[in-house]
Design a protein around this ligand. Structure first.
Ligand code: FAD
Length: 399
């Protein structure tokens, strides 16, 4: 197993591992502070929509699967669903489904904000919950299955219309437990890296905040990390890859985020703190967010491929309604929305779209909150990787 530092260029980016290593400690501190501010810590989420693709009756009954919700009265008026739905209705054409919708440029389904609970994310960290077994494997398998490009319609879209249930015995999904076949185009590779990197980041959190079920104590579990990540070095590489991709999206959004109204209380008391923390994150994003989005979707069928990519990624965001553990579903939704927002910023929006003076309502509040919290999760994973490297060195020294 490899627990050594990675060196050299991060494939399909313009960044190297050393650059991310050199900024991550500061990035983690700053973004960690940023997500404690009121704007970034309150999130509204609908955890009770049915799985649209198969019958899912698994509910994780462990205490650690549940989330602590917040009463609407604690949420600043401006961010309540009623106020937001008045403000955030943009003119674009929306495709509405029960409880959610997407617009043409979106890479994800967004909750329609009329249902759901308010959550203080800082009180519900992503960590080990005990959600394991066939339900988790079915969800992951369905997510990887979305990587099969080339059909005009994804297998899940067909299933959801026909009501066909995904068989448990489905053949091993392409790419699992292996590297990406060489012949696959750049866009497919990027898709796979985004998904596998998300999976690896979630696994890193599970191993970093793990419950020892015999002693009842929480703490890092080195063996868990070695089995799930370190013995598959490409998974760790994809955590770095996702971090660069998110940083690039945040850097591109810099002027928009700097002009955003974070006012919570009407008195602007919290604004200064939020802006100063945000500026530090933006500074790092400008240095380390070296991802060349212009290298993708350039070929002959670029637009067709992009539509397909979008449709598949949107399906991944809907698959989150099939996750049978509330806390996992919460973070699954946030992170797929955060990554979907980053993909939209990189592949759909030009400089004019991103100009806050021309397009003040470009993003929904939920997209901004999801993007920054997703960056926080990935930066936290890299921070945890350092902990595991130290534990690895210590365990070797003892032998
Ligand atoms: P899994 O992680 O379920 O992996 C299944 C198979 O996928 C592996 O056997 C391997 O072949 C392949 N695989 C694993 N990692 C990768 C990778 N990075 N790239 C490519 N292939 C890979 N559990 C929690 O305790 N806390 C959470 O917050 C949490 N959030 C979740 C969110 C989602 C969206 C989902 C679907 C599950 C979540 N889970 C969570 C469950 C967790 O991810 C695992 O499924 C569970 O711990 C069982 O792990 P496992 O060892 O069986 O392998």
């Amino acid at each position: 197993a490899s627990c050594d530092k990675l060196t050299g260029p991060i494939e399909t980016t313009l960044c190297d591992y050393e650059t991310i290593e050199s900024v991550n400690n500061v990035l983690y501190d700053q973004v960690h502070e940023l997500v404690q501010t009121p704007f970034f810590k309150y999130f509204r989420v609908d955890l009770y929509r049915e799985c649209p693709f198969w019958e899912e009756n698994v509910f994780c009954m462990n205490r650690d699967c549940s989330i602590i919700t917040v009463d609407e009265s604690e949420i600043p008026e401006q961010w309540r669903a009623g106020t937001l739905s008045k403000l955030e209705r943009r003119e674009d054409v929306r495709v509405d489904l029960p409880g959610c919708y997407y617009r043409d440029s979106d890479f994800c389904f967004l909750d329609d904000m009329t249902e759901g609970d308010y959550v203080d994310l800082s009180l519900n960290p992503e960590r080990f919950t005990g959600y394991v077994g066939p339900s988790t494997h079915r969800v992951w398998r369905a997510i990887y299955e979305e990587n099969c490009f080339g059909e005009s319609e994804s297998s899940l879209s067909k299933m959801s219309r026909s009501g066909v249930v995904l068989p448990d015995t489905m053949a091993e999904v392409l790419y699992m437990d292996g590297d990406i076949p060489q012949e696959h185009c750049l866009e497919k590779k990027v898709y796979y890296k985004v998904i596998s990197g998300l999976h690896a980041s979630i696994s890193t959190h599970i191993c970093h905040e793990h419950l020892d079920q015999t002693t009842g104590e929480w703490g890092p579990d080195l063996q868990c990390y070695v089995t799930r990540i370190a013995s598959h070095p490409e998974r760790l590489q994809y955590i770095y890859f996702n971090t660069v991709l998110l940083l690039r999206a945040v850097a591109r959004l810099g002027p928009y985020l700097s002009a955003y109204d974070y006012c919570a209380s009407g008195t602007h008391d919290d604004d200064e703190i939020t802006y100063s923390r945000l500026e530090k994150v933006l500074e790092i994003a400008r240095i380390a967010g070296k991802f060349d989005e212009t290298a993708l979707f350039t070929g002959e069928n670029a637009n067709v491929l992009k539509e397909e990519f979008k449709q598949h990624f949107r399906n991944v965001t809907r698959i989150m309604d099939c996750v049978g553990c509330d806390k996992c579903r919460l973070w699954g939704k946030i992170q797929t929305t955060g990554l979907g927002t980053a993909l939209k910023v990189l592949f759909e929006l030009d400089e004019k779209n991103l100009d806050p003076r021309l397009n003040a309502n470009l993003l929904q509040r939920s997209e901004v909150v999801a993007l920054i919290n997703t960056l926080h999760r990935f930066s936290e994973s890299l921070h945890a990787v350092d902990v595991f490297r130290r534990l690895w060195r210590e365990s070797n020294a003892e032998e």
